[in-house]
Design a protein around this ligand. Sequence first.
Ligand code: ZN
Length: 281
Amino acid sequence: MPGVTDVGRLTTTERSDRLSASGFRTNYADPVFWWREREPGVGPRFGVDWAITDRSGGTSTGSYAALNLGAHVADDPAAVARNRSRVAHALDLEPDDLRFMRQVHGCGVSVVDRERHDPTLEADVMITDDPDVALVVLVADCTPVLLLDRTEGLAAVAHAGRVGFTNGVVGAALNALRDRGARDIEAVVGPSVCPRCYEVPADLREAAAAASPAAYSVSATGTPAIDVAAGVVDHLQAAGVTVTWLPGCTREEESLFSHRRDGVTGRFAGIIRLLPPEDAA
Ligand SMILES: [Zn+2]
C-alpha cells in the first residue's frame, strides 16, 4: 500500500526465528516489548516513546501467560498489577503514570493527564498533552492505533476493532486531536488479526466495506473476511496522516495474545508517551 512505512525487521519469520532462538515457549522472562521506539524531542518539537508490548516478560500463568495487561479477563489481579508495573518501569515510569480506559468498542473520547484520570470511564480513544503520563490501549486481535502531533505536543490512542472501525473510531480520534489544535499527525498502527484469519458473515463484511473498501477481504479458505487494519490505515491516510503500519498477525504470532486463536487469553498493549521538547529539557 503506497505511503505506508513497512517495518521490515518485524516480519513474522524473523520474529519467530528470534523467539525460538530465545526459547520463547518455555521462557517468559524476556522481552516486555514486541516493538518500541524512543525518539527524544528535537528543538521545539516534542519527542515520543511508543511501543507495542509482547506476550513474554510477565508473571501471569496459564491462558494469560505471561505479560497479560488486561484487568477484565479473569486473570489474577496481583499478576496483572505486577505486569503493569514491569511495563511502567521499562518505560521509566511508575505504575500510576499509566492511563487505561474501559474499552467498549465505541467512539467515545477521554482526555486525561496527571490529575485527570477515571479508569472506569467508557472510552475507546484517549488523548493527552501531558508528558508525565503514558496512554495504554489493550488488544488481543483488535487494531491498536497510536497517534502523535510533535509540534502541538498531543498524543492519543485508539481501540479499533471491527465494530469501532465500522462506526468511525479513527475519525473520532482525529477530530478530537484536531479540535485541540493538531495539524501534523502521524500514526503507528500495531499488529492485529489479519484478514486471512478473520472470517466473518457476509453482512459484517459489507458493513466494514461501507466504512472503507480497503476493509473488504477474503479469508484463507475463501470465505468473507474483514481487514480492519487496512481500513484503519485507509481512514488515516485519507485524512492526511503519515502512517507506520507494523506488520504481524495476532492469530499467527504466538508472541501476541489472540482472542480468535485462544478464546480465553490475555491482552497486550499499544502505548504512547510524549517526551518534552529539547528546549524544555
Ligand atoms: Zn493471520
